[in-house]
Design a protein around this ligand. Structure first.
Ligand SMILES: NC(=O)c1ccc[n+]([C@@H]2O[C@H](COP(=O)([O-])OP(=O)(O)OC[C@H]3O[C@@H](n4cnc5c(N)ncnc54)[C@H](O)[C@@H]3O)[C@@H](O)[C@H]2O)c1
Length: 472
């Protein structure tokens, strides 16, 4: 595709405004001497890329039930709070009473539409357009199957399910029901990744040859989620390459727009294990640990003093230090990181070959001061260096640099949204897909998400058996 045609094809208006897709780009090009589009402007922010706002008004809001009223359930319910003309929460299920009623109260869900276990809400006849499944990794399969059988459209959190067979069962059933089934690969919807992919697709750096992609977890986040927290056990949930990094395998597959042919992986748990506990460290940070003041993973520091990750505590005031301390004493988050029942690797690498001999190297690293993503894309005529919020494009032909660093907080859906705007943009597209009964509004449908899940299952096999795996 010619670059000019590409930008025409991307002619979806920014922030919902209808504009000629080339006008901004051409205006900028004219300013710098009327060059052809081959000359990129210094700032890529004004290019018309498929970063957009709300869809046109709908006849009625779609209705959803939320299964799992934890962190992710609340994330998507926020869309209904912000845009009540588009979506309404009419039922909630959670085995945790506090969370069930907190979310239900916020959305004025009547008492008879509040349920405990998912099997309760899914044993009454369908009473909404869609089910949003935000239960833990090992509690996706059954509710997804039940919801599809009842005739709901479904949005299921990633990873779809812990085994390839279960993922395939869901895919098969979704195809036979014809319902919209989306997976929450939210990075595909983040403006940063949309802009990055658009520049790659435009031919601005020639043919894509290789990608270096890093997922820096951030050391405290690692300790919170994958040592003390819900995803600490690969057996009870899913291996970290799926639990955390299925996003990254998915984004690589999406950026290349080519199938992955082989994958080989390595990595292990280096630090967070019994043998590395400093002398005299008790089981909990609250038990008078002699190393507490100097330990970067001290639960007292992370939760009470820094107030990070406190959303996991079911307390009315998450700034109340005495209540936070009490949660550490009573619950799993006060545990010493060297005395937990965890097995997830804290460093993980995977090399992939995509169609045409293109290569990608992926690295998931716990020991970083920042989270997010870092991506470098090598093309035959240029290079892109991205840090998860902005990127610089180097054009070898002209020797020029162009930067994309657009702030998207002026677009209502993106404001306050996690994953660089991706969380709420995904939900906007899901709402549109359900309203139109047309999965093509989503870029992370179940069928395309299967491919990156299979890459994840094979990466984990490779990590364990030391072999390069063919992706079929
Ligand atoms: N897309 C993303 O970027 C992203 C980010 C974080 C987590 N996730 C995934 O989202 C899912 C939920 O994660 P979370 O952080 O919201 O976890 P969470 O623990 O905050 O929420 C899960 C909720 O499910 C409830 N639950 C458990 N079993 C249930 C059952 N049988 N019936 C009804 N409710 C039940 C729990 O009580 C809890 O409130 C996980 O699969 C996770 O891997 C995705």
């Amino acid at each position: 595709m010619q670059r000019r045609d590409f930008f025409k094809a991307c002619g979806i208006a920014a922030a919902g405004m209808a504009m000629d897709p080339l006008s901004l780009f051409n205006a900028r090009a004219a300013e710098v001497g009327g060059q052809d589009l081959a000359e990129l402007p210094e700032s890529l922010n004004d290019l018309q890329l498929p970063i957009r706002g709300l869809s046109p008004k709908m006849d009625r809001p779609i209705t959803i039930i939320i299964i799992g009223a934890g962190s992710r359930g609340n994330t998507y319910a926020r869309y209904a709070e912000k845009f009540p003309d588009y979506v309404k929460v009419v039922g909630v299920s959670d085995i945790n009473d506090y969370r069930l009623h907190k979310l239900s109260d916020l959305h004025e869900v009547p008492a008879e539409r509040r349920y405990g276990d998912f099997s309760e809400i899914l044993s009454v006849p369908k009473f909404a357009d869609a089910a949003v499944i935000c239960t833990p990794d090992d509690v996706h399969y059954k509710p997804t199957i039940m919801a599809l059988k009842l005739g709901y459209h479904v949005l299921v959190e990633k990873p779809i399910a812990p085994t390839e067979k279960e993922c395939r069962d869901i895919l098969k059933l979704s195809l036979s029901t014809g319902k919209v089934v989306g997976t929450c690969h939210v990075l595909r919807y983040a403006p940063y990744f949309i802009a990055l992919k658009a520049m790659m697709d435009s031919g601005a750096i020639g043919d894509i040859v290789s990608i270096q992609h890093q997922e820096p977890i951030e050391h405290r986040h690692m300790a919170h989620s994958y040592v003390r927290g819900n995803w600490r056990s690969s057996k009870e949930t899913t291996p970290i390459i799926l639990a955390k990094s299925c996003h990254d395998l998915d984004i690589l597959r999406w950026l290349f727009d080519k199938p992955c042919k082989t994958i080989v992986a390595d990595g292990d748990l280096f630090l967070f294990k019994e043998e590395n506990a400093p002398a005299g460290a008790p089981l909990k940070c609250t038990d008078g640990c002699p190393h507490e003041a100097t330990c970067p993973y001290s639960a007292i520091k992370v939760y009470v003093q820094q107030k990070r990750h406190t959303y996991v505590f079911d307390i009315p005031d998450r700034r109340d230090e005495a209540a936070l301390y009490d949660q550490l004493v009573k619950g799993p988050y006060g545990r010493c990181v060297y005395h937990c029942d965890n097995d997830q690797p804290d460093h993980y690498v995977a090399n992939m070959v995509f169609e045409g001999g293109r290569t990608a190297s992926f690295s998931m690293d716990a020991f970083t001061p920042f989270g997010g993503r870092r991506t470098r894309v090598m093309g035959t005529t240029g290079f892109i260096d991205g840090d998860g919020t902005s990127f610089t494009l180097y054009d070898f032909r002209t020797g020029t640099k162009s930067v994309w660093d657009r702030k998207v907080s002026d677009i209502p859906e993106y404001k306050g949204s996690g994953h660089g705007g991706g969380d709420l943009a995904l939900f906007r597209d899901f709402v549109e897909a359900v309203a139109a009964e047309d999965p093509s509004h989503l870029s992370s449908t179940i069928d395309v998400s299967m491919e990156s899940h299979i890459m994840g299952f094979l990466a984990e096999k490779s990590r364990k058996n030391g072999r390069k795996m063919k992706v079929k």
